[in-house]
Write a protein that binds this ligand. Sequence first.
Ligand SMILES: C[S@@+](CC[C@H](N)C(=O)[O-])C[C@H]1O[C@@H](n2cnc3c(N)ncnc32)[C@H](O)[C@@H]1O
Length: 255
Amino acid sequence: MRQAGWPIPRTLASSILAAAAALAVWSFAPDAFPRSHTSILGLAFFAGILAVVTGRLMCLGNAWLVLTAIATPALVLVPIYRPPSWVFPLIALVLAGFYINGVREKVPLYLSNSATERALADLFRKMGGGTFIDLGCGLGGIVDRISAALPESHVIGVETAPLSFLASWLRLNGQGRRNATIHYQSIWDTDVGDADVVYAFLSPAPMARLFEKLKAEMKPGSIFISNSFAVPDREPDEVIGVDDSRQTQLLVWRM
Ligand SMILES: C[S@@+](CC[C@H](N)C(=O)[O-])C[C@H]1O[C@@H](n2cnc3c(N)ncnc32)[C@H](O)[C@@H]1O
C-alpha cells in the first residue's frame, strides 16, 4: 500500500522542508514579504500549501496531508511571533486527541476515500444490508456514508481517539441519523457477534490478533473486509479493487 509506510517521518519531513523554505525566503529575501501581519499570514499559508504539495509527492494519505497543512503554518508562525509557552501543550493535546492510537496501537488516523465508501456501500447493499461495524471509525465517514445509503441497516462505529470519537459522534448525532451509532469503545472490547459486515482500515500491527478475535466471534455467513492490510498467513477469499488513484484493495474473508 503506497501511503502506509512510515507516514510519520514523511509528514515531519514535508512540514520541516516547507517551513524551512518559507523561513529562508522570510530571512534572506525581506523585500518579498513586507513585515506586516498580512504578509506573515500569507507566508504561513504559502508554507502550508508547499507542505501539502511536498507531502503529496511523498505519497502521504489525506489525513497526513491535513496534519502537515496545519502543522507547517504553525512551524512558520512560532519563530516569528514567539507565542506563550502554554500554546505548545495545547497543540500537543489536540494532536494527541486525534492521533493517540498511532502510539498506543500503531494505528494512526487516515481516512477511507469516497470511492472506497461507495464500493463498501454497493457491496453491503448486494448482501441485503444488516449490521455493519467499522472498527476504528476515525471521523465517522464510513458510518455516515453507509448509514445514509442503506437506511434499513444498522451501522456502528467504534473509536478510542477522544477527538476523533467526538467528531464522529457529533457528525452522526448532529444529523439525527437513527440507524447509526458511535461508541467510545476499543476494537478489542467490541462485540462483533451480530455483525454481517466488519470493516477495518488499520495498519499491519493489529491484523493477526484482530483476525483471531473475528474468527472466534463472527457468525457464519458474515464477512470481514480489511482495507489494504493483509492478515499474516491467511489468504483472503476475495480481493475487490477500488477504482481510485491509490488502487485501494478491499480484502474479504468469509466467516
Ligand atoms: C486508519 S483510521 C480509519 C478510519 C476509518 N475507519 C476510515 O476508514 O476512514 C484507524 C482508526 O482506528 C482507530 N483505532 C486504532 N486502534 C483502535 C482501538 N483499539 N479501538 C478503537 N479505535 C482504534 C484510530 O484512532 C483511527 O481513528
